[in-house]
Design a protein around this ligand. Structure first.
Ligand code: SF4
Length: 425
């Protein structure tokens, strides 16, 4: 009987994509996917360090594995991803039953680990050591039914003062254009109609994001191209023009604002102010009136005054975002912001987060209401669910339409997060 693997993933889409690659590596070695951890011969926890909550959940999951290891001494237990990089050997000391710990981009070593099944003293491999070439995402066992996430770059050079990514994912590293195109060309186009070019900061893709987008749009069989995440400071006119000038590149921009106060943006080391950000949004909407613009905003950054926080709320109203991920400030060990003066009490942060969520709810509800009666082409992702080019989730009644189909719909009801629609043809 063949061996089985189980992967538990925490965190962002980069981690989801890494887990798909790990699954691909294991399947190439003859492993099959296990439905439950107790059925597996190797269990891998892919971790996130961006929020304390994600770390706590991953630690809880790892700690529970001790029971499975006691029952099955042959079980291999691995921890990978950003928390693996941040904690390193400490994880091996704390969880003695863990066999290996690999930092991000070291997942290709899983192949050697399962071959040698070396576990006696535990293994720690970090990207701060020699890291292999850009990991081969063509190995990925993709789980999404219509969209293929394709990593084009990893890491970040920006050092926003609250963010742990540059410490755990390392500096920016861009994947060669030819590798990316080869991977997209080899996708099964009967299944994948959409690709999303993925990276921590895709706008600073070394070989030019606009050029890459144009090259990808020449590939037959791919109908939609998206990209994320963007840093507002690096959003060039060339990229906006590439979106405006192509049928395939979707009019969807995720532009994390983080704060609507210039002083807080400066303390965050974001590299732009509100004048710049507002004019960027204006420029996108002038060139592409149907564009959707989404964002991330943090409440309760150290030193944030009531007035600065209320500037953030006012600016969110003015900018009329389509959706906003709202986050409470969470000091990550080792980042500059964690050691800043002016850390706010938890209840202040929590009250601000509630106020932020209420504002976002109002703004996005109004924005979605403006779509009532409008017609859109959606790509069906599952029974009764599809997505517009602008990344809005649409629900519709007919559950018989197969995923991967493109259908026209008219919006009939609109809430903050989900839109309902009727089919047109
Ligand atoms: S741009 Fe800033 S927030 Fe985004 S990954 Fe880099 S350091 Fe983190």
């Amino acid at each position: 009987m063949s061996s089985k693997y189980y992967i538990k993933t925490y965190g962002c889409q980069m981690n989801e994509n890494d887990s798909e690659i790990i699954a691909g590596i294991l399947e190439s070695k003859g492993y099959k996917k296990a439905k439950l951890p107790q059925d597996a011969d190797i269990i891998i926890t892919n971790t996130c360090s961006v929020r304390d909550g994600a770390e706590r959940k991953a630690k809880g999951f790892i700690a529970d594995l001790v029971h499975l290891k006691k029952k099955n001494k042959e079980l291999l237990v691995g921890v990978v991803g950003c928390m693996a990089e941040r904690m390193g050997d400490e994880l091996l000391k704390r969880y003695k039953f863990v066999d290996f710990v690999l930092g991000p981009n070291m997942e290709m070593n899983i192949e050697n680990i399962v071959e040698s099944r070396s576990r006696s003293a535990g293994t720690m491999l970090s990207r701060t050591g020699d890291s292999p070439d850009f990991k081969d995402s063509s190995l990925a066992r993709r789980r999404n039914s219509v969209n293929a996430w394709v990593t084009i770059m990893e890491g970040c050079n920006n050092f926003c003062s609250y963010c742990i990514v540059p410490y755990v994912r390392g500096r920016e590293k861009s994947r060669p254009v030819a590798d990316i195109l080869k991977e997209i060309e080899s996708l099964d186009k009967d299944i994948f109609k959409e690709v999303t070019l993925l990276g921590q900061n895709v706008n600073s893709y070394e070989f030019g994001l606009a050029k890459l987008l144009k090259e990808v749009s020449k590939i037959d069989g791919i109908s939609r191209i998206k990209f994320m995440t963007s840093h507002p400071r690096d959003m060039s006119d060339e990229i906006i023009d590439a979106v405006a000038g192509s049928e395939k590149i979707c009019e969807f921009f995720h532009l994390p604002l983080q704060s609507g106060s210039d002083a807080v943006l400066k303390a965050m080391n974001r590299g732009y102010d509100m004048e710049y950000y507002s004019s960027l949004v204006k420029k996108i909407r002038e060139k592409i009136p149907s564009a959707s613009i989404t964002s991330d905003v943090i409440a309760g950054f150290p030193g944030e005054t009531d007035e600065q926080f209320s500037d953030t709320l006012k600016n969110i109203e003015k900018l009329e975002f389509d959706a906003v991920n709202t986050l409470a400030f969470d000091p990550r060990p080792g980042t500059k912001a964690a050691g800043m003066d002016g850390q706010l009490p938890k209840d202040t942060i929590s009250k601000r987060l509630q106020a932020l969520m209420r504002t976002v709810e109002r703004v996005t509800h109004k924005k979605n209401q403006s779509l009532l009666g409008s017609e859109h082409e959606i790509l069906v992702e599952a029974a009764g669910i599809g997505r517009t080019r602008t990344n809005k989730i649409i629900k519709f009644k007919d559950k018989s339409i197969e995923s991967g189909s493109f259908v026209k719909v008219r919006i009939t009801s609109a809430k903050s997060w989900v839109l309902q629609a009727e089919l047109l043809d």
